[in-house]
Design a protein around this ligand. Structure first.
Ligand code: SF4
Length: 463
């Protein structure tokens, strides 16, 4: 017999237990078990007044933000609607069935106000990381580092071209923050504040860099930099930088130092791609931090025209010279100077030269320096560290590290495709920092929930 609903929805009282309606294997159940916001609440307390009307519970806003970042809900307005309608979201936010969901403008006030001033998002990230460490998910033996461009919330057409000076009437929060930053590094600035002229500047978000990913169109973007532990891929630090390689590489030092200082974690090896293989970076890893560099070394010493490459010359550290295959010395200086000179060039190299009279009658001249009277070799001041990197590059361990490096790339793919963070919603460097911290926190929470509780629900499947 075909059933039919009676269609009446006018009952006044229901017996309803929210908890019973959230599936046992729901991702948010797993996250709820590993999330503890009590410490953060205590840290936020000094930023609230002791008198007046009680504010919206900061824990509620943080829980709603976690729902948004864990479930890829990017719009604050939509997040409020979803929390209002979705029982699991309501349950996670500890809201009763008839409780009021905060207005979307409350997010903006808290994000740009107390949460930013109190550095709440970093504290949240660190408290989640601490829990990951307690649960044994962070080995600390090997870290991997990488960066990924994230588009800024800035129209490509709304910018001024390189060399032009932008004029802002009614500068937005992001513009004010940018100008304050420029003034801080240029104290004589006034109305004629000297702005960086080497790139296009966005009128909406001037801190974003005009850049292009390989094969992609140019756009305004920031970089999110991840430092991850290689055991199960927990993100141990995250840093927002302009989308620029040199900033990305520098942020590695900040992250490695911070993780060591805050958590006492120092890896034995650091895995990265070619961007991290400059001589200066290798030297920082090997000499300053005593970390094994599992990164490809930038090497342009191999010649492709058939002439002798510099690795066919023998280096003698004690004599501070190269010897060519004919046994002739190449030196950086051949006489004693009254004032000792280091001979270091702007490119951080020292040039070693043979003597004209040695090369003139040499049988290898055509294979060594066919177009010049002498042979020159530029030796990096970081050559020792580069040699360490090259030696590691020939080990089976390095092959493993290369494979493990994919873990950080997968986290970026997950960030963009599942968490839908391929474009920022907040502007300015502090907006990028807040978004990247929350997204990394969400990724760690999802991973921890899956690992510890075996959460295999629909929403957890893509962790
Ligand atoms: S050309 Fe000069 S540097 Fe080159 S192999 Fe001959 S002697 Fe040595």
């Amino acid at each position: 017999m075909m059933g039919q609903q009676d269609g009446s929805q006018d009952r006044l009282f229901y017996s309803f237990n929210l908890d019973e309606h959230v599936p046992r294997d729901h991702l948010l159940r797993g996250i709820d078990q590993v999330l503890d916001l009590r410490e953060l609440r205590a840290q936020l307390a000094p930023f609230y007044s002791h008198t007046g009307r009680p504010s919206i519970d900061p824990e509620l806003i943080l829980r709603m933000l976690i729902v948004g970042y864990c479930c890829g809900i990017r719009s604050e307005r939509r997040l409020c609607e979803e929390v209002h309608l979705n029982l699991a979201y309501r349950w996670f936010c500890r809201l009763e069935l008839d409780a009021q969901v905060p207005n979307h403008s409350t997010f903006s006030k808290n994000r740009h106000g107390r949460f930013r001033t109190s550095d709440a998002f970093r504290q949240l990230f660190e408290s989640v990381l601490r829990r990951c460490m307690t649960e044994g998910l962070v080995g600390g033996e090997g870290f991997a580092v990488d960066a990924s461009f994230i588009r800024a919330d800035a129209n490509r057409a709304r910018g001024v071209e390189r060399g032009q000076v932008p004029k802002w009437e009614n500068p937005s929060r992001a513009v004010r923050e940018y100008l304050e930053g420029v003034e801080a590094t240029n104290p004589v600035a006034s109305d004629d504040t000297e702005l960086p002229s080497e790139r296009n500047i966005s009128l909406s978000d001037p801190a974003a860099h005009w850049t292009a990913a390989p094969g992609g169109p140019p756009q305004y973007a920031y970089s999110t930099n991840y430092l991850i532990d290689l055991d199960v891929g927990i993100i141990v630090d995250v840093e927002a930088t302009p989308a620029n390689r040199s900033w990305e590489v520098e942020s590695t030092k900040v992250m490695v130092d911070r993780v060591e200082e805050r958590f006492g974690l120092k890896p034995r090896r650091l895995v990265g791609d070619t961007a991290y293989g400059s001589g200066a970076m290798l030297s920082w890893m090997v000499k300053e931090k005593e970390i094994a560099p599992h990164v490809p070394v930038w090497d342009k010493t191999q010649r492709k025209d058939g002439t002798l490459s510099s690795n066919e010359f023998t280096w003698n550290e004690q004599a501070n010279e190269y010897r060519c295959p004919e046994g002739v010395s190449l030196r950086s200086e051949r006489r004693n100077f009254t004032e000792p000179r280091d001979h270091v060039t702007k490119a951080d190299t020292i040039i070693y030269r043979s003597r004209k009279q040695d090369c003139a009658g040499c049988q290898l001249k055509q294979r060594c320096c066919p177009n010049t009277s002498i042979r020159k070799i530029a030796r990096s001041v970081h050559e020792e560290s580069r040699d360490v990197g090259r030696a590691i590059g020939r080990t089976p361990e390095y092959i493993d590290s290369k494979r493990q490096r994919k873990k950080v790339e997968m986290l970026f793919a997950h960030l963009k495709r599942i968490l839908k963070l391929d474009r920022l919603r907040l502007r300015g460097m502090s907006g990028a920092r807040d978004e990247f911290l929350l997204a990394a926190t969400a990724q760690n929470l999802r991973r921890m929930a899956k690992r510890l509780l075996g959460v295999q629900g629909r929403t957890a499947a893509a962790i």
